[in-house]
Design a protein around this ligand. Sequence first.
Ligand SMILES: [Zn+2]
Length: 140
Amino acid sequence: MTGTPATPRYDLPEADAFTRTYWDAAWQGVLLLRRCGACERVHHYPREFCPHCWSEDVSWFAATGRATLHTWSVVHRNDLPPFKDRTPYAAAVVDLAEGPRMMTEIVHCAHEDLRPGLELEAVFPEGVPKFRPRGGPTGA
Ligand SMILES: [Zn+2]
């Protein structure tokens, strides 16, 4: 394998056969969620069965990429590469428009502009879903 970085990176996903679909879509700029055919509830992170009713009748669908900010924490220190070169960054929990909560990172937003309920949209730098303020960057 060529191009393996000398330093391990802890920010990029390792896809397995099940999550490959999710990460391939993310590379295309699409956030996939899973919906249960039995109870019709949506969940995230992706599982092979419904976490609400345990049905295995779950399938992928494309989310809107819209979310609102639930809570966040500005991380000032993280020694794992490459995070240490990115601090401070905003680790966050967002409420997806489809219902589930998602752990993510807020980008293109000055940290002092973060507030509960901030309207967000998904972006996919390096194929990893993150969120920015809807309608464009604020501040830095
Ligand atoms: Zn279900």
